[in-house]
Design a protein around this ligand. Structure first.
Ligand code: TPP
Ligand code: MG
Length: 389
């Protein structure tokens, strides 16, 4: 469910009234690492219900990721990429999006889809590439999509999401669909790709109704941020394209929400694009195929895993407010885990897509050579009974 809260003005909100250079070099925060409010007034608009909903969204990602990684290690799925440590950036952005907006995700934003209403069944079916996967098992795991909730399937090539998001935004503008925007995501590695520069330039010149969000998790597989770019911050790159830069603590779900909300409202009003850097950290490995102990100091990771953990921060805030009882997190995690396990059981029971779907969706009428190949394939022993191994 997507929430709208009323705007509140506070000392922290003066961040948004600063000049662009200050925004690009600054860091917008509402909650300290330990969960104490930096700015009570800035947090005034977040009631118990919304705060708990944000926490639940973050916890769902944490629980789901852990389960899916376990499945990968058990050989039940082929690949997985976690968003551990980045849950606040994901959920804060999702909560600030509106149902009519379109989301163009990169690798770590499945939680945006889930927060907007994509079901766990849809998500997990895609990971299995099974018969209930709407994309018929044609993509690598971690490429979910959901048309109803305006969540586009990721293109695997780094940074292609940016021209896609700008293109969708331009299509909305040309079709006169005002009052909505496209929200495109990338990682810090994405900003070194040509697509990023092309799309940023285009969005700036055309005043596209788009919010481009860089989850700066400080690593692009084994490439650290200081090798990725010589730029002072990532947000500051927006200046060169005439795009308003914004920079927020990506582990502070409230700061993320307010920053993306500011940018999205501006885009929906027709006042042009923003480039948002969310500073966070990739606590997990890049993916199930990666071993970060080979290239980074995991003592640094431990700081982000514990002291800077976005869930711990939010839990401390909620408890101090009296909005989360002792033991409630554990109970909620157990319930979310049950949801995931049940969805996994359904996904596994569904089995693989029918072999015939291999040749679907390309030609309106199947050409003779595909019919011939399909007949041959169906006659092959290993294809006849996909479950018998
Ligand atoms: C054009 C292209 N080059 C290389 C890759 C392989 N690759 C997949 S993810 C990735 C790193 C991405 O890093 P970043 O953009 O920081 O996102 P993160 O994984 O940290 O979320 C690379 C190099 C790719 N998918 N596409
Ligand atoms: Mg990265």
């Amino acid at each position: 469910m997507v929430h709208a809260i009323s705007a509140s003005r506070s000392a922290a909100h003066s961040y948004f009234e600063g000049d662009d250079e200050a925004k690009a070099r600054g860091l917008f925060q509402l909650l300290a690492d330990d969960g104490t409010p930096i700015d009570e007034q800035g947090l005034a608009g977040f009631d118990r219900e919304l705060s708990r909903q944000l926490f639940e969204g973050m916890l769902r990602i944490r629980v789901t990721d852990a389960r899916m990684m376990a499945l990968q290690r058990q050989g039940r799925i082929g690949f997985y990429g976690e968003a551990m440590g980045q849950e606040a950036a994901v959920v804060g952005s999702a909560a600030a999006s509106a149902p009519e907006d379109w989301i163009v995700p990169a690798l770590r934003e499945a939680g945006v889809g889930l927060y907007r209403g994509m079901t766990l069944d849809a998500y997990i079916s895609q990971i299995f590439g099974n018969a209930t996967d709407v994309t018929k098992g044609r993509q690598l795991p971690c490429h979910p999509c959901d048309r109803e909730h305006h969540y586009v399937q990721m293109s695997s090539c780094v940074s292609t999401q940016i021209p896609h998001a700008v293109g969708i935004a331009m299509a909305m503008k040309i079709q006169g669909h005002t009052g909505r925007c496209a929200i495109g995501f990338m990682g810090d590695g994405g900003v070194s790709e040509a697509d990023f520069h092309v799309a940023m330039n285009f969005a700036g010149v055309m005043k596209s109704p788009v919010v481009l969000i860089c989850q700066n998790n400080q690593w692009a597989i084994s490439t650290p941020g200081h090798i990725q770019t010589a730029s002072e911050t990532i947000a500051i790159k927006g200046l060169g394209y005439g795009i308003e830069p914004l920079r927020a603590d990506g582990n502070d779900v409230f700061a993320v929400y307010e920053t993306v909300r500011y940018a999205a409202e501006k885009a929906r009003r027709g006042d042009g694009p923003s480039f948002v850097e969310l500073l966070t950290y990739r606590v997990s490995a890049h993916s199930s195929s990666d071993d970060p102990t080979r290239y980074r100091d995991e003592k640094v990771t431990e700081v982000w895993r514990h002291q800077k953990d976005p869930l711990r921060r939010m839990e401390a805030f909620l408890k101090a407010k009296g909005w989360l009882e002792a033991g409630e997190r554990e109970a909620l995690a157990a319930k979310l885990e049950t949801d995931v396990r049940e969805a996994i059981a359904r996904a596994e029971a569904a089995g693989p897509p029918a072999v015939e779907t291999l040749v679907d969706d390309v030609y309106e009428e199947q050409p003779w050579h595909l019919r011939e190949q399909l007949t041959e394939l169906l006659a092959a022993d290993r294809v006849k009974s996909p479950h018998s191994h």
